[in-house]
Design a protein around this ligand. Structure first.
Ligand code: PLP
Length: 471
């Protein structure tokens, strides 16, 4: 394709994208295709001769689009959001055009220095101490993996990096049952073994019981294990559980354990003054991660990973072959994560924060939280429904009650699973489920940039309509 054709098609695509953003409500939120539907329409062998852009783009519209689940749909209430904003999309266009690989400072000084600055901005916004450092990872899973590796090296005096774990007593990591599955994955990848995750008991609100944490650590020590790290969660995935950071921080400090804080989703809400108290004790933590790509309008992928002592992280991950030797005294972000090559993600952070200001982002997130509280109250007052967990930030869980009135979970679990399926097969709105105390419940998570109260209300009407046919 020559540049003249590129210009023409790029303009067409921008128009298509703007139309998409305007009309995204017309699509079913969750893709309605069946497994294999899309693959059946794609050739089994690559074309030998190049094809026209018109024919590729026409297939994009006809073949690919039906297989898209619309994360940018304002009625996407499933999982957690991965929202976007126009500013972020514009930045992604430039990132894509420059095609920078920011592995070293000198492979694009602006990529590195902008990343350092924008991470300082994000850190100030969520309440990270000023002397911490930050790096943008692809996902929270990567940040947590790096944290567990750093904790492993700290606990073994950096011997594991060199000699492996062959003579090492098992290292123990402490989390609650609410902790994200990325921690188990990280334990497997780090060679530590998933069975060495110690699940600590929780209090009534599903947050970590710090007394139980202390006892667990003592018990493991007495058995000859090596307690190495704690992962505390602010806003866990199931129903938004919040671990008491200050108390856990004290235990971590007293016991000499590495403390990583996973606030992947709820971290964006920490920019609201009314939630800043949850960060009390952060100075006792070693690292913290949140995903601006979930709720801040800085689109996927963008995960903000902060560390108190960057040397521990760098010493854990640095590799220095001759062909990568570089300038002294500058930041080479290839030493801060799993990847060598890295995208210039800081540009979209900069565009969104400058274009919207913290004020606009705060307003939007605060609005989502208010709507979640309002809807949860409505559901609580609606006959035939039961609120299971109160809103934490903008997430709550509820279930429909079966008409028979008995308390057998089997029946109400079947009802709620059928309800979720009916709602998602309809396509008007999109919700997902979880299990709490053996009960199948529906999660409702608000977070799309363009969501309105009307989207929330009409989706609730849809849920009631579907439920009435099943109850
Ligand atoms: C979403 C989420 C993760 C994983 O996020 P990725 O960026 O997809 O790896 C981890 N922890 C919590 C609490 C989350 O909500």
């Amino acid at each position: 394709m020559n540049n003249q054709d590129f210009r023409k098609h790029a303009h067409e695509l921008v128009d298509w994208i703007a139309d998409y953003m305007e009309n995204v409500r017309e699509y079913p939120v969750r893709s309605q295709v069946k497994p294999g539907d899309i693959a059946a329409q794609i050739a089994d062998i690559p074309p030998v001769a190049g094809e026209s852009f018109e024919s590729i783009f026409s297939d994009f519209q006809n073949v690919i689009m039906p297989g898209i689940t619309h994360w940018q749909h304002p009625r996407f209430f499933a999982y957690f959001p991965a929202n976007s904003t126009p500013e972020s999309q514009l930045a992604e266009m430039l990132i894509s055009a420059l095609g920078v690989n920011g592995m070293l400072w000198e492979t694009s000084p602006a990529a590195t220095e902008l990343e350092e600055k924008t991470m300082k901005w994000l850190g100030q916004m969520v309440g990270i101490p000023n002397n911490w450092s930050g790096v943008i990872q692809d996902t929270a899973s990567s940040a947590t993996f790096c944290a567990i590796l750093a904790a492993r090296e700290k606990a073994t005096n950096f011997h594991t990096n060199k000699s492996g774990l062959y003579q090492q007593a098992p290292l123990k990591f402490y989390v609650t049952r609410e902790a994200h599955s990325s921690i188990e994955k990280a334990m497997k990848m780090a060679g530590l073994g998933s069975e060495h995750i110690h699940f600590v008991a929780t209090t009534d609100d599903h947050s970590m019981d710090t007394k139980a944490l202390e006892q667990a650590i003592q018990k493991d020590r007495s058995k000859g294990f090596v307690p190495a790290g704690i992962i505390a969660c602010i806003g866990a995935t199931g129903m938004g559980a919040i671990d008491p950071l200050e108390q856990i921080g004290n235990v971590a400090r007293e016991e000499g354990l590495y403390l990583h804080v996973d606030a992947a989703w709820a971290g964006s809400a920490l920019i609201l003054e009314e939630y800043q108290h949850l960060m009390k004790g952060i100075e006792h933590a070693d690292s913290f991660v949140f995903n601006p790509h979930k709720w801040m309008g800085i689109q996927f992928d963008c995960s903000a990973h902060f560390v108190r002592d960057k040397e521990t992280l760098i010493r854990t991950l640095t590799i220095m072959p001759e062909y990568l030797k570089s300038n002294q005294g500058v930041t080479d972000y290839r030493d801060w994560g799993i990847q060598l090559g890295r995208r210039m993600r800081a540009l979209k952070v900069w565009f969104v924060l400058r274009g919207q200001g913290t004020e606009q982002i705060q307003q939007r997130i605060r609005q989502h939280i208010q709507w979640a509280e309002k809807l949860a109250e409505t559901i609580n007052n609606t006959e035939g429904f039961e609120l299971i967990t109160q809103p934490r930030f903008a997430l709550f869980t509820f279930r429909a009650l079966s008409n028979s009135g008995d308390d057998d979970n089997t029946e109400s679990n079947e009802l709620n699973d059928a309800l979720i399926k009916a709602v998602n097969d309809d396509g008007f709105t999109y919700l997902t489920r979880t299990v709490i105390n053996g009960q199948s419940v529906i999660r409702w998570s608000i977070g799309h940039t363009n969501c309105t109260w009307e989207d929330v209300e009409s989706s609730w009407e849809k849920v009631k309509e579907k439920a009435s046919k099943l109850q």
